[in-house]
Design a protein around this ligand. Structure first.
Ligand SMILES: [Fe+2]
Ligand SMILES: [Fe+2]
Length: 388
């Protein structure tokens, strides 16, 4: 492998953001860089006594190993590089590991992954694929292949991969933890409104679950789905600034009440604009501020028209109207999903809602069922229902 292509692979590894995809890149890239049949990443468990393989590096399965068992376990325990040319003659090798993985190891290279001198895992390269050097022919699942020995160069290359992978894994873990914290904080903030009005709390959760499903149904990227999720959770946060006698009014609004209620859209945007949103969530204040805009320009606060409103905002608007009509609110009884969907279709025909989004909503309701979506949204903690 040329230095240039190796650099390209390394850049791809370090630039990866999503943990699952990152592991796939790392495993595939490592196989190419080292020239091994398999490369498996093992991460140290929270108990500090076991290792678990990362699923993408073992075809979706997770294997666990106690410290000290087999070449991988010995590598972790001693924190030393272990190289063998003939695993079945190596006293450290444990053949049970091959049986569990339905594999036949000949040559193997195990390298500890350290972060700030602390063990975080082991990278295991199995069966060097090379025609030069000492080689044997053995039957593997791909057919008969030539196995070579791991040499000093391979150790150097695998160490570089392990270092890069280690940094990338740590970044991905921090990113995941950061995202979870933003989810929890957003829902805690959104829940503040439900202390005053429990039906709004239920409404926010249902809008979020539906908006996420509609976004996925429409094929939006996972980053866009995350942004919609946070914005949908916070879409009515501006109601914090609406007085109780209006927010909780059990009868129809007067014109004056309605004007006061309508301020929640721009109030929400104003509250959220003060936050320095991380990359990928910059549009949250805009989405919250535009969830009452309509395609024909009759919405509020800005009276934007269809092309001036982003697809993500259209998705939140449609999900909001559907959920508000289907569920009970302080000012009205529940009308149920059939009536709510019919109303959305009518509003799409009359030019107020985006028809593509309404069609996607109809498919989501048909596929998941309204009751199941409502049940999922009623789970109390943000993380629990958002990850379902
Ligand atoms: Fe609203
Ligand atoms: Fe709403």
């Amino acid at each position: 492998m040329s230095v240039k292509s190796q650099q390209a692979v390394c850049l791809r590894i370090s630039g990866g953001r999503e943990f699952g995809k990152l592991i796939e890149h790392v495993s595939a890239s490592s196989r190419t860089i080292v020239g091994a049949d398999r490369v498996t990443f093992w991460m140290l468990g929270k108990d500090q006594r076991t290792l678990a393989s990362l699923p993408s590096s073992e075809g979706g399965r997770v294997f666990r190993l106690p410290f000290g068992r087999g070449l991988v376990g010995a590598c972790a325990q001693k924190q030393q590089i272990i190289v063998t040319a003939d695993a079945y003659r190596d006293p450290l090798f444990d053949q049970r590991d091959d049986k569990r993985r339905s594999y036949r190891t000949v040559s193997e290279l195990c390298l500890p992954i350290l972060h700030d001198d602390e063990l975080i895992g082991v990278v295991q390269a199995s069966n060097r694929l090379r025609s030069d050097g000492v080689s044997v022919r053995i039957p593997l699942r791909k057919g008969v292949i030539v196995i070579g020995e791991f040499a000093e160069d391979d150790v150097v290359r695998l160490r570089e991969v392990a270092n890069l992978a280690c940094a990338a894994f740590e970044n991905a873990r921090h990113l995941q933890a950061h995202r979870l914290l933003i989810d929890e904080l957003s829902f805690t903030l959104a829940d503040a409104i439900s202390v005053r009005d429990t039906t709004t709390g239920k409404h926010i959760k249902l809008v979020t679950v539906i908006a996420v499903e509609v976004a996925r149904e429409m094929g939006l990227s996972e980053d866009a789905v995350q942004e919609i999720k946070i914005a949908a959770a916070l879409h009515d946060i501006g109601k914090i600034g609406v007085r109780d006698h209006i927010l909780l009014k059990p009868v129809k609004f007067t014109q004056k009440d309605y004007r006061a209620m309508k301020t929640h859209a721009h109030k929400g945007r104003r509250i959220l604009r003060k936050i320095d949103w991380p990359k990928g969530l910059e549009a949250v204040p805009y989405l919250v501020g535009s969830h009452h805009e309509l395609c024909d320009g009759s919405g509020y606060p800005a009276g934007l028209t269809k092309d001036e409103i982003s697809l993500s905002a259209h998705i939140i608007t449609v999900s909001d109207i559907f959920a508000a009509v289907a569920q009970k609110r302080p000012y009205k009884e529940a009308h149920g999903p059939h009536y709510a969907l019919k109303l959305c279709r009518d509003e799409a025909r009359s030019g107020k809602l985006d028809p593509k989004v309404v069609r996607a909503l109809a498919r989501v309701i048909e596929h998941h069922g309204f009751e199941a979506l409502e049940r999922r949204s009623s789970k109390s903690r943000a993380g629990s229902f958002l990850s379902s």
